[in-house]
Design a protein around this ligand. Structure first.
Ligand code: PEP
Ligand code: MN
Length: 263
């Protein structure tokens, strides 16, 4: 169902009036984790200033260690909903349990399925049963074919509003957190009709690489960019080393727009 051979034209997904996949790049920015209303609101203000519409923030965090911050859970979703209403933004957050998907749809504009859950088939089926766009991230050890099959799980249940997100894969390279598989973008665009985004934060894990990686992603045909922004990264409860602070975010966005051929 997601194959380009079956449907030659691009799927365009409309999220609260913002179109993804129509040739104009879109941007998803926000903190790794929703930590409080105030913390997330500061990022929301910065998006509003730039005329940006899509805010991300984790409420259920799939952490490597059980002793690390696990997210605010449903309280995080409530904060996101309040931010969405106050700042007229669309909000995106990861859901990790199939039984939470329906409830989450009441708070969120896009439901994210994270890299660690790309082959959680019960979660994919639940995502396929809900009437909400899904942002599906590539598993860190998944092939492109496996990624496409995961999207097919969602589509096969009747939900065709799927955004694919390349977020880097595991390789032997240690200079970056993951290895950004940049050619996955045109391959996914050739093989499927779905919009493709690139998460430059989790793929690189390095602030100094966010801008060049984002430029490369747009140059190679990505429909959008995701990156993490936090008002005070040094005290962030997750991913402190790689989130941009607000001044850095301003410069990043200005440079990205100035250098993109869409400007
Ligand atoms: C995230 O986007 O918050 C996240 C945890 O990313 P990934 O699933 O790609 O690791
Ligand atoms: Mn993160």
């Amino acid at each position: 169902l997601v194959s380009r051979r079956r449907k030659p034209e691009n799927t365009v997904i409309t999220i609260k009036g913002t179109k993804i996949g129509n040739g104009e790049p879109q941007f998803v920015f926000g903190p790794c984790s929703v930590e409080s209303y105030q913390q997330t609101a500061k990022v929301a203000e910065s998006l509003q200033e730039k005329g940006l519409k899509l805010l991300r923030g984790g409420a259920f965090k799939p952490r490597t260690s059980p002793y690390d911050f696990q997210g605010l859970g449903e309280e995080g979703l409530r904060i996101l909903k309040k931010i969405a209403d106050t700042y007229d933004l669309a909000v995106i957050s990861e859901i990790v349990a199939p039984e939470d998907i329906e409830k989450a749809a009441e708070y969120l504009d896009v439901i994210q399925i994270g890299a660690r859950n790309m082959q959680n088939f019960e979660l994919l089926k639940a995502a396929g049963d809900v009437k909400k766009p899904i942002l599906l991230k590539r598993g860190m050890s998944s092939t492109i074919s496996e990624f496409i099959h995961a999207a097919e799980y969602i589509s096969s249940r009747g939900n065709n509003d799927i955004i694919l997100c390349e977020r880097g894969i595991r390789t032997y390279e240690t200079a970056t957190r993951n290895t950004l598989d940049i050619t996955a973008v045109p391959i996914l665009k050739q093989e499927t009709h779905l919009p493709v985004m690139v998460d430059v934060t989790h793929s690189t894990g390095r602030r100094d690489l966010l801008l060049p990686a984002a430029k490369a992603a747009l140059a190679i045909g990505a429909d959008g960019i995701m990156a993490e922004v936090h008002p005070d990264p040094a005290v962030a409860l997750s991913d402190a080393a790689q989130q941009m602070d607000l001044p850095r975010f301003d410069a990043f966005y200005r440079d990205l727009i100035a250098h993109s051929s869409y400007a």
